[in-house]
Ligand binder design. Structure first.
Ligand SMILES: Cc1ncc(COP(=O)(O)O)c(C=O)c1O
Length: 321
């Protein structure tokens, strides 16, 4: 069984510049005394980039296959902003529901929605429990007008979104083979879960021995593991494959004061990555997983000879939050 054979029937559009670069961070490696590599998924290159573009390649592919004309999602996030851009480029009307006050939105994010003519629906904080109902009302209304609606999970983390990171794992394997470098640990930021879920499934399909270690940015490890497990189970069922439950590893010690707040350690990690490697992280996603990486390397939690791969999932150094 190979990744290619398992996911070949899933439609995808082309947006990302892939394979994204994987290379050794030599100065960081000397600084930490370990072999640290990076996969630059921040450079996927469409709209504001990052891991969401990979997910959207498959989600838009699926929406087109289902002949949808409208996309609906929620949140003022990097996912919804990228979804607005991807939807627009592929000819969809895009509706986004945001809980909160219009006047208090991030101004860079609002400019982007404006450029893309995204249809925004604001729901006051005190009525946030009506979100699902409001989405469903709009869906019914559009469907009554004969439009086919495709609803996107707010982080792109459903079974189709997960396929994109199974595909990304194939890029890691190709790099490994071509360069004879085996990655003993792969570190990734984990939130809505599809990124880690896809990597774990990729590893299981190919039997690649590694530890995919998710650094949680919002939720306790047990909650996050369950979320990843649930998504893996659903995706494995859709693909008709088996996987290994013991492969889900999450560390929640680097969340700091909580989501979406920076931590002292994430800010320190941002400094180290920027000053040694010119790699820019953000303080609430990748800065926290990098803080975890630095902690592991500095406390003897990796073996000396190990190769560690850090996946930079994007985040635009916080510009759009
Ligand atoms: C920059 C960045 N990295 C990582 C993640 C986590 O990815 P996932 O939601 O697939 O777990 C997110 C999710 O919001 C993100 O914005």
């Amino acid at each position: 069984m190979t990744i290619k054979s398992v996911i070949q029937n899933y439609s995808k559009v082309k947006m990302a510049f892939t394979p994204t670069p994987i290379y050794k961070l030599s100065r960081l490696s000397s600084h930490l005394g370990h072999n640290i590599y990076i996969m630059r998924d921040d450079l996927t290159g469409f709209a504001i980039g990052g891991n969401k573009i990979r997910k959207l390649e498959y989600l838009i592919g699926d929406a087109l296959k289902k002949k949808a004309q409208v996309l609906i999602t929620s949140g003022a996030t990097s996912f919804s902003r990228n979804a607005a851009a991807a939807g627009s480029a592929f000819g969809f009307d895009v509706h986004i529901f945001i809980v909160g006050d219009e006047a208090k939105q991030n101004s860079a994010g609002q400019v982007l929605f404006g450029l893309l003519d995204t249809k925004l629906h604001f729901i006051p904080e005190k009525k946030k429990e009506t979100l699902v109902e409001e989405i469903s009302k709009l869906k019914t209304l559009l469907e009554e007008k004969g439009q086919l609606v495709y609803e996107l999970h707010p982080g792109g983390s459903d079974e189709i979104g997960t396929v994109s990171y199974i595909n990304a794992f194939d890029e890691i394997i190709q790099f490994s083979r071509k360069n004879s470098i085996h990655f003993n640990t792969i570190i990734v930021t984990t939130g809505s879960a599809a990124t880690q879920a896809g990597l774990v499934l990729g590893q299981c399909i190919e039997g690649y021995e590694t530890t995919v270690l998710g650094m949680a940015i919002a939720r306790p490890a047990d909650f996050q593991k369950n979320r990843i497990q649930d998504l893996i189970e659903r995706t494995a069922k859709m693909l008709g494959i088996r996987w290994d439950e013991n492969k889900i590893m999450v560390d929640d010690r680097f969340i700091g004061p909580g989501y979406p707040l920076p931590s002292k350690e994430s800010q320190e990690a941002m400094k180290i990555f920027a000053s040694l490697e010119g790699v820019l992280l953000d303080a609430i996603y990748t800065g926290k997983s990098a803080a975890g990486l630095i902690h592991y390397a500095s406390n003897g939690l990796f073996a000396k000879k190990d190769n560690i791969l850090f996946i930079h999932t994007g985040g635009n150094f916080g510009m759009f939050y």
